[in-house]
Write a protein that binds this ligand. Structure first.
Ligand code: SF4
Ligand code: SF4
Length: 465
């Protein structure tokens, strides 16, 4: 059995003011008896350092909502109140609970378990209208998660041959293209432009420790990150290729912003890149209307990897304001399906990003047809960034963030990815799939609400002509 991919998670609290569902508040009728300091095993209640006779403000960060202090306070002085910012954070897509769950996963790297069953809606839009087939949940394949069998989450990036050619002496004559394996189907996408140097370094170091890669604008690739070149995907425009040959020579993967010029000149551009080194080229393609047509043309022209990029809520990049447009699930299904119809799906790698907000979105978008995903906002939330959908895509960085050590920030990103990796193993185990590569396009192993709704009720409610 090959060595298992292991992620080293470690509890790593972050000393910044984040949003919570509830805040613990101490009323004025507190008599400073100190009983709450004894009953709270998480040490949320302490006395003030400057005056031991009085109680300090409760530390909501460590509170685990057991309600013991509230029940046992002799004066009823403690209350849990809804955090005023809780209802405002996120929006329709990035729900407050999703954001808080990401934050918690970055704290301890654990799978989020809420208990008491699921009380949310039966269905929704996008990934919420899709369920994975967990029919193997009681079968022995589950042992894979717990050690007796091996579940492989590795994926491959690069162009693949449609078939192999051998000469009459049975020697392989096909030239096998370059490819790269990464141990989990998650890349780090281009980070926000507002990040500080310590955040940039933490993202790069975490990518390196996890053995994945981060897509970084070429202007951000400074000499101090040279030792991480193997985990950095330089991102540039077609016109920048000739100016940054030094970086292209060393890169294993590089990303080019889509430009219509590429529809004709892709073979020449890729030839130029291959003459400089061995980098595999990713074309970063905005998920606009008819993105599948563009993807087909690029694939026919020899594209190695196509990265379909939806907006931050997983919508089409050019959707009209006030409309939804297609969502990532449907965009990726359309691109995958067209590539299958053209008979070239197996030759290229497809990355999907935009609106990947929860661990479950990774296997779901792969079942829709992506080989792997790229994430951005969850990494920022792991570092204490608050996201608001109104005004559009507003990210509030904690004041203290620039002063927090790279070590702490790196570990929180590793924790988040560790929690997502554990959840991917859970889903794959329950589906009876032991190879992440086999998730790609297995839409028969998922249930799509729109489809069963149409199959079940479509005929009943169809208007008679
Ligand atoms: S138990 Fe109640 S009264 Fe006593 S210190 Fe705590 S909050 Fe104050
Ligand atoms: S609710 Fe429980 S965990 Fe939270 S502060 Fe009170 S005793 Fe501590």
């Amino acid at each position: 059995m090959p060595k298992k991919y292991h992620i080293n998670i470690r509890p790593t609290p972050l000393d910044v003011d984040f949003v919570f569902k509830f805040k613990i508040a101490r009323g004025e009728n507190c008599i400073n008896c100190g009983k709450c300091t004894k009953v709270c095993i998480y040490e949320a209640h302490k006395r003030r350092k400057d005056d031991q006779r009085k109680m300090a403000d409760p530390n909501t960060v460590v509170c685990r909502n057991c309600f013991r202090c509230i029940q046992e306070c002799p004066r009823g002085a403690l209350e849990k109140a809804i955090d005023k910012d809780f209802a405002n954070i996120g929006g329709r897509y990035w729900k407050p609970d999703t954001i808080i769950s990401l934050w918690k996963q970055a704290e301890d790297g654990a799978v989020p378990v809420t208990g008491a069953g699921y009380r949310g809606p039966f269905t929704g839009t996008g990934f919420d209208s899709m369920w994975t087939d967990m029919s193997e949940i009681v079968r022995p394949t589950r042992d894979g998660i717990h050690g007796r069998e091996y579940i492989n989450t590795a994926v491959t990036l690069g162009r693949k041959l449609n078939h192999l050619v051998f000469n009459p002496s049975r020697q392989l004559t096909s030239l096998v293209p370059d490819y790269i394996d990464i141990p989990l189907p998650i890349l780090f996408d281009v980070p926000s432009t507002d990040i500080t140097t310590n955040v940039k370094l933490a993202l790069i170091k975490a990518a390196s420790e996890l053995n994945t890669c981060i897509i970084l604008p070429i202007s951000e690739i400074t000499p101090d990150v040279e030792k991480y070149y193997g985990n950095i995907i330089p991102y540039f425009t077609v016109t920048e290729i000739d100016t940054r040959k030094d970086i292209i020579k060393k890169a294993r993967l590089l990303a080019i912003e889509f430009n219509s010029v590429l529809l004709k000149e892709l073979p020449a551009v890729q030839k130029k890149i291959k003459e400089l080194g061995h980098a595999i080229t990713i074309i970063r393609l905005p998920a606009k209307k008819n993105v599948e047509d563009t993807a087909i043309e690029l694939a026919r022209n020899g594209a190695e990897v196509i990265h379909v990029v939806a907006d931050y809520c997983g919508r089409e990049a050019d959707h009209k304001s006030g409309t939804e447009g297609r969502l990532l699930k449907d965009i990726v299904r359309a691109v995958h399906q067209r590539l299958v119809e053209e008979g070239i799906r197996d030759e290229i790698t497809l990355i999907a990003s935009g609106g990947i907000a929860m661990a479950e979105h990774v296997p779901k978008v792969m079942l829709c047809g992506a080989d792997l995903t790229a994430i951005d906002i969850p990494l920022m939330v792991a570092l204490g960034v608050k996201l608001y959908e109104k005004p559009e895509n507003l990210m509030i960085f904690p004041d203290k963030l620039a002063k927090i050590s790279v070590l702490i920030l790196t570990q929180r990103i590793i924790n988040l990815v560790g929690a997502w990796h554990s959840q991917l193993l859970e889903v794959m185990g329950a589906m009876g799939i032991r190879e992440a590569r086999r998730l790609r396009g297995e839409s028969g192993r998922a249930i799509f609400f729109e489809e069963i709704d149409k199959d079940t009720f479509g005929k009943l409610f169809k208007k008679e002509k």
